[in-house]
Design a protein around this ligand. Sequence first.
Ligand SMILES: Nc1ncnc2c1ncn2[C@@H]1O[C@H](COP(=O)(O)OP(=O)(O)O)[C@@H](O)[C@H]1O
Ligand SMILES: [Mg+2]
Length: 322
Amino acid sequence: MSKIKESRKIGILHREEGPMPDRLIEEINKKAIEGIRAEICKIPEIHPAESCEYTIIIDRASHCLPFLREYVKNALLSGCYIINNPYRFEPDKFFDYTVAKRMGINLPRTVLLPTKSYRVEPCYRPIEQEDLLNLSYPLKWDEIASYIGFPAVIKPALGVGWKHLTIVNNLEELIRAYDRSGHQIMILQEKIEYEHFVRTFVLGKKYVCPIKYIPSRRDYICDHKHLSRELGKYIVETSIKLCKTLDYDMNIVEWAIRDGIPYAIDFTDLVPDANPRSITYFYYEWFIEHMTKVALEYALHPPKPRCWHTLNNLIGKVSDNP
Ligand SMILES: Nc1ncnc2c1ncn2[C@@H]1O[C@H](COP(=O)(O)OP(=O)(O)O)[C@@H](O)[C@H]1O
Ligand SMILES: [Mg+2]
């Protein structure tokens, strides 16, 4: 890698998550590229339009600490490149399914259900029945169920970590799960009865590692021959395409394979688990090596930050982006 004169700092925002952040900093600094240093960010109060000392920030915390989201949005304005784009850093599953579907990627049959009940807090007065005029009730459960089929998965559109996810086997179970969902926006989805499941790290929209995974045990299996050449190629290429389109620099794309056909299940995992105790030391080393590369490549040649465009702008511009 080339040398640069001016100082470029790489900052890391993280929560307690095992050895990864310290090790990543160590590896970046070990490369001893003149002018480039990595460190943990320390943030005091934020002044509007203040300039940011970092060229790159790897953000693994602002989804939990909203103050940090304000920090990175401010940093973005001063020319810092944020991994991941703060304007795309939401567990925005249904939107991402929509983008994937427009890209021609196989998805389970999916619908987004109107919410069972409504939050009171964001409104200046409680939501009443007459506030729901735009919603078409009652839902035609028979039609919905016959489109999706059983077994099905009902899960929050803004969900993470399997929270509030239920597998339902008939209409009665479906309605019971829906009734429990409260004000969450729920996705109902055909359950793919897969023979194989793959979690695919995608870093810097180009470094890809598809890992064999057993969801029921949350188990990463170290196996380098678990995909045929053709399936491996499809998963690698399509996972990159998805991350480029959705503007995710650090992500996991999950694939369920049924009868040899891969279905995209979840590709909105913007703080992918990087703890060696769960992802195994083999994949931990892979993560450190490739996250180091991304951080250094981006520090040397900062990509142009992409704010969020319309869908039509995004699709078709994929190849122009890093
Ligand atoms: N449509 C589906 N078919 C089969 N399994 C699914 C489906 N949706 C979710 N799952 C299983 O549930 C897990 C969690 O669902 P996911 O959509 O990834 O939500 P989260 O954001 O909570 O990880 C997935 O990793 C997968 O194992
Ligand atoms: Mg998931």
